[in-house]
Design a protein around this ligand. Structure first.
Ligand SMILES: [Zn+2]
Length: 462
């Protein structure tokens, strides 16, 4: 049978009139008789051709840079060569071993305190920005080992791509890039105040890989909702720095000193402390859902009061009292609500009530409720009016952010060897991916960075 052969040639055109010389970068053979599996390129052939093109291009570019650096850019003097430095350039299309030329810095520049020698090509550790970006982007969504397998299957990525490599690259992106203000984002030092924002704070726990020094550590996560509907997630491990971490997070979300803000949270005392340090003038709102849940617990216990005894007529009074306390709270009358509940606890002490079956449990629930409301008294608002004015009264919008950021996959399946001090770069990458700011942050560092896949929708599964 007749064979078909394609020779893939790469022709460099440097536009200087020199003869173009083609380099063969691939050879593809097929039988004349094509079947679906032999139609077009196979993955292996595609990877091979891409890797060969990459090697040729990168070497040619490095050589060109070597030529250009021969002379001083300022005075034109020839520069003494300092030989070559071996580097491996790691990219999505394979590893390219290179010899990068080094030169002695020109004497005309000595006054400006430049280093004594320089490389013709700066490679910063040798990893291509796009490789770092793609790796970190997927590592925010899937376990490191899976990311390594996926990249190795689809691309001619070189080196030992394994979970450890993915993890290290992701960490470096988290440390160096994920927090950079994305290109095009407002500059907090210059740009105007954001009209009004709602900030939701919540916490979640991550399990440390090692039991020491602690088994779990708390991560504070939340969301800033801007008036224009845009959302900005943030997350940081709880430590001595939490207040300044929170300040950074709200500033990078566009919140400025003087921005009218509402802070919602579920009443964890540590969270209010952080809010007070950073946004002391914000309107505080205790999450209505958590309040309602506590009322419901008290009501459920009350419904079982004196069950099966002649005293079960007693439950009518406390049920009415609890419901009317809740109604008062909904309408912003928190003192009246607390008064009702306090009166109810006295009623439980009355001689004809205190021995009824179940009273102790109800009393405990009502006491918990009172303590919870007292502890968060400054954050009790007129929920009915807020609801009427379509203002948020629940932190549900934050809890979804917490679940996104601290999904079970991230905690359990990735076998994170991290703790409250090492988790931050990974949290930063994940937050940047969810906020869709990662590419913009890369552009802050690499102005020409333009990933093709930038607008691919990012979907998360739990
Ligand atoms: Zn010079």
């Amino acid at each position: 049978m007749q064979k078909l052969v394609w020779r893939v040639k790469l022709v460099a055109d440097f536009g200087d009139g020199a003869a173009e010389i083609g380099v063969e970068v691939g050879r593809i053979e097929r039988d004349e008789f094509a079947v679906p599996e032999t139609l077009g390129l196979s993955l292996a052939e595609g990877k091979r051709v891409a890797a060969a093109i990459q090697t040729e291009m990168v070497r040619a570019q490095a050589a060109t840079m070597g030529e250009r650096s021969r002379c001083c850019a300022h005075c034109g003097a020839d520069l003494p060569s300092k030989g070559y430095r071996p580097v491996t350039f790691r990219s999505l299309f394979g590893d390219v071993p290179l010899r990068v030329r080094r030169f002695t810095s020109c004497q005309c520049r000595e006054i400006v305190d430049e280093p004594r020698s320089f490389s013709a090509l700066t490679l910063e550790g040798g990893t291509a920005p796009e490789l770092a970006y793609v790796t970190a982007k997927f590592a925010a969504l899937a376990p490191f080992a899976k990311v390594a397998n996926l990249l190795a299957e689809l691309l001619p990525v070189g080196g030992a791509v394994n979970a450890g490599t993915v993890r290290n690259r992701t960490r470096r992106v988290g440390e160096r890039i994920a927090r950079l203000r994305p290109e095009g984002a407002a500059d907090p030092n210059i740009d105007a105040v954001t009209p009004a924002v709602v900030v939701g704070l919540d916490g979640g726990y991550l399990r440390s890989r090692h039991r020491r020094p602690e088994r779990n550590f708390e991560v504070i996560a939340g969301k800033v909702l801007n008036l224009d509907g845009s959302q900005h997630r943030f997350a940081f491990a709880r430590n001595d720095n939490s207040a300044s971490e929170f300040a950074n997070a709200v500033v990078s979300a566009g919140v400025r000193l003087g921005t009218p803000a509402t802070v919602l949270c579920d009443g964890a005392p540590g969270l209010w402390n952080i809010q007070r340090q950073v946004m002391p003038e914000a309107i505080l709102v205790l999450d209505w859902f958590h309040i309602a849940m506590r009322f419901e617990h008290a009501l459920q216990a009350t419904r079982g009061l004196g069950a099966g005894t002649s005293s079960d007529y007693l439950r009518g009074h406390p049920i009415r009292e609890i419901e009317s306390a809740k109604w008062r709270l909904w309408h912003g009358r928190s003192s009246a609500c607390l008064g009702r509940l306090a009166r109810l606890t006295h009623w439980f002490d009355a001689a004809h009530v205190r021995d009824v079956r179940g009273v102790a449990a109800v009393r405990r629930h009502v006491n918990d409720l009172i303590e919870y409301l007292y502890a968060n008294q400054l954050a009790l608002v007129n929920y009915g009016r807020r609801r009427h004015d379509r203002q948020p009264i629940s932190t549900a919008f934050v809890e979804s952010a917490v679940n996104e950021i601290l999904s079970k996959r991230m905690i359990k399946k990735q076998q994170m060897r991290w703790n409250r001090w090492t988790a931050q770069p990974f949290l930063d990458v994940r937050v940047a991916v969810l906020n869709k700011t990662l590419a913009g942050s890369f552009r802050r560092l690499y102005p020409n960075f333009q990933p093709d896949n930038e607008n691919c929708p990012v979907r998360l599964s739990a």
